[in-house]
Every structure is written in C-alpha cells, then in structure tokens.
Design a protein around this ligand. Sequence first.
Ligand code: ADP
Ligand code: MG
Length: 256
Amino acid sequence: MKVVAIANQKGGVGKTTTAINLAACLAEQGKRVLLIDTDPQANATSGLGGAVAPGGSLRSVLVGEKLLREQIVSTLFPHLELIPSELELATIETEFAASESPLFHLRKALLPLRQAEEYEIVLLDTPPSLGLLMANALAASDLVLIPLQCEYYALEGLSKILDLLHKLGTIDEAGRTRILGILMTMFDVRTNLSQQVVEDVRRHVPDLLFQTIIPRSIRLAEAPSHGMPITAYDPSSVGAISYRHFCKEFLTRLSG
Ligand code: ADP
Ligand code: MG
C-alpha cells in the first residue's frame, strides 16, 4: 500500500481536483483506492457526491473514538472508497496540539490498513495551510504529489513547499516523506505565461516535473458541482483525457 499526500500550502492550485480525478482514474484502472479528505472544507467529499453511505468521519478517527476502517464509505464508483471530511474537523488541530505526538495521529490510524494491504493506493487531499492537519498528512504519507498552478507566483510557492517538506522530513523519524513529483495544473494555451511558468519549473526541478500538464478546462471546474469526477461527468473531455494520461505516468513513477 502506497500513501500519497497531495499537498501545496497554497489554496486553489488544483489539489482537490487532482485528488478526485486521479482517484477516479486509478479506480478505473482497477486499482483499489482509498481517498482520505483531510481538509475541513470537505471539497473532495462533496466533489464525489458526498458519500453513498453516510456517517463516515475522519474526525472521529483522529480523536481516537473510532477505527479508521469503520469510517470508510463507498462512492458511486467501483474500487473507489472515501473517508469523508466535515467542517468540524478544523477544531482537531487544537486537540492535536495538546496531545503527546501531535504529528502522528493519522499515521498511527493508518497502520492497520497498511498491514491488511486492502488498498493499493491511499490518496490524501490536504488543506491549504501549514497546520497540524497538513503535517499529519505529510507524516502519514510515503510520497508527496505537488500540484502547481501555471501562474506567475508558481515558483515562489514551489520553493516554499519544498522548504516545508525538507523541514518536515527531518521530523519524520522514519525519514519516509519523499516527493513523487510536481503536476502543473490550469495550463492556459492562450497565454505565454503558462508556457513560461512550465519552462521555469522544468529548469529548476527537471526530474520532479510530470510530463502531463493539466489544461484549464471549464468541464473540470463543473464536475464537482455534479458530485462526479471528470471521467464520469464528461469522459471524452480534454480534462478526462489529461487526468487519465497523468494517472498512467503516476503509476509508472509510483512503481519505479
Ligand atoms: P485546491 O484544492 O488546491 O484549493 P481546487 O482543486 O479546489 O484547488 O481548484 C480550485 C478551483 O479551480 C476549483 O473551483 C476548481 O474547480 C478549479 N479548477 C481546478 N483545476 C482546474 C482546471 N484544470 N481547469 C479549470 N478549473 C480548475
Ligand atoms: Mg482543496
């Protein structure tokens, strides 16, 4: 089982869109996938149509009331399961802060799942902040996927998150948090800026950049309001094709 956190401390860069659509593409490939929504905004939860079976809550797991396994709910999509989030999850950071090992709650909760190997891939959607929820997601993960929006401040944001991962890497006693790669999102073919940003990132971190680039597409932005990944909402759209393409690259890198 591989746990991959989708992280960037900046909001609106395509973390949740990538989490939902990558999860759906992996499931489409027959992979057993669990998506854990660690963001109190719960956008990944609502973007998958909430949950088919109600009641799952990451919060109850992290406060130690329930087992993680008991909070897994099915989605409308085969092989894809979810641990939903909710706004109340936000209050957990104060509880974490008062606890003995504030960074490792999620990692501990995931241990039984790792041993059982029921899932091949666990994706963690993370909040856009540097708080304890994000730190828990990073400490629980084997690898980190960084979505980066094709915009002027992309490189600045990138150096911040790389710096953060570097620092957090030192507190992960197993030293396991590693970067799987950087995915450029919301590429706008009509502007030179998008192209230039991609080239800048490629120059800085050539090995980290995924070849697939996710274009800006209105269909991708519409899909969550219908509670569906793009592969279900508009299977032949450019967004669906891009995320399927990315999924292949993701799997190759994951096994490499
Ligand atoms: P984050 O989780 O990093 O905050 P989101 O995935 O929620 O970012 O994306 C922010 C907004 O941009 C959302 O409204 C989403 O629908 C939209 N969006 C994300 N990716 C794309 C894309 N490739 N094309 C068009 N809109 C996108
Ligand atoms: Mg999000």
